[in-house]
Design a protein around this ligand. Structure first.
Ligand code: BV8
Length: 242
């Protein structure tokens, strides 16, 4: 693997970056997994067993994403600003299935766990935008069959998207920044170690609280993302002003 550029940045975001936009996290005390079990709604087996229950779980979250009150917050905007002002490569890898990074203006973006505002035909694999509830009567555009549409998200036990692109960026990056993630879900939780293995990355955790992976980071700043991310971005840009 040849890394032809010094100064590239990889940013991993999790549910914590969207919390102040009004979206629930997973493992906070009021989080999603405190109300429903992963095994019942976020695995291929759950979808096989009770597709309507799984669809309703995602229909409710999709409706939440689309409500007027859910807007990108200052953390999403700071990352889009950093992308515009950083002269080297920058890649945002999000575990989130909302569209707040896009709406804030981030373009170099990978949704490793998929996107809830898209559906996928389980028969053909065709993916297309979808902004309303999925019902058993909905037929897919590609093959016309009903009952084959699933949320275009990665469930537990499924392989995340774009891993080759992510690992290539991790091996070469000079800075790895994790924001709003508890570091409990793999393979994302292993990205900080992967960045360190590349030998040149400074690793930074920006989170509301310390996590089990905190010891793997060179630096950590604790606080709400809407405050600490803009502050960190300004500090990074000031340190690297040519
Ligand atoms: C896979 C989409 C095989 C759906 C999600 C070891 C190696 C590999 C796999 C495993 C392994 N050990 C176990 C596994 C299996 C499993 C796994 O990790 N299980 C866990 C529970 C132990 N992993 C998988 O199944 C993955 N697939 O392994 O395939 C493979 C892999 C590679 C190569 C070949 C084969 C698939 C996992 C993806 C599952 N799908 N989401 C959906 O959203 O419904 S995961 C789900 O968790 C979300 O994506 C979520 O983003 C993600 C991680 O959670 P976080 O984002 O971190 O959210 P959390 O609530 O946990 O934390 C929020 C943090 O924010 C907290 O720290 C909090 O303090 C902070 N915070 C809160 N408010 C704020 C804040 N910070 C700042 N400001 C605030 N205001």
């Amino acid at each position: 693997m040849t890394c032809d550029q010094i100064g590239s940045i990889v940013i991993l975001t999790g549910a914590g970056i969207s919390k102040e936009s009004g979206l629930s996290t997973f493992r906070d005390t009021d989080g999603i997994w405190a109300k429903v079990r992963i095994e019942d709604v976020a695995t291929p087996e759950a979808f096989e067993k009770d597709p309507e229950r799984v669809q309703e779980f995602y229909n409710a979250r999709r409706r939440g994403f689309l409500s007027e009150s859910v807007q990108p917050n200052a953390a999403h905007q700071a990352l889009a600003d950093l992308e515009r002002r950083w002269s080297k490569d920058l890649l945002v890898v999000t575990q989130n299935i909302d569209d707040l990074h896009e709406r804030a203006g981030t373009r170099s973006l990978v949704h490793m766990h998929g996107e809830l505002l898209k559906v996928r035909c389980a028969r053909t694999g065709q993916v297309y935008p979808w902004r309303r509830d999925v019902t058993p009567e909905d037929a897919c555009e590609c093959c016309g069959s009903t009952g084959t549409l699933r949320p275009n998200v990665v469930w537990f036990g499924e392989i995340p998207f774009d891993l080759d692109r992510i690992y290539a960026a991790l091996q070469c990056c000079s800075r790895f920044i994790a924001i709003g993630t508890s570091g409990q879900v793999h393979p994302a939780a292993g990205f900080v170690a992967e960045a360190r293995r590349g030998g040149r990355a400074r690793t930074v955790l920006l989170n509301a609280e310390a996590t089990d992976t905190s010891p793997l980071f060179d630096e950590q700043v604790l606080g709400p993302a809407s405050r600490i991310v803009p502050e960190y971005v300004e500090k990074l840009l000031a340190e690297n002003r040519d």
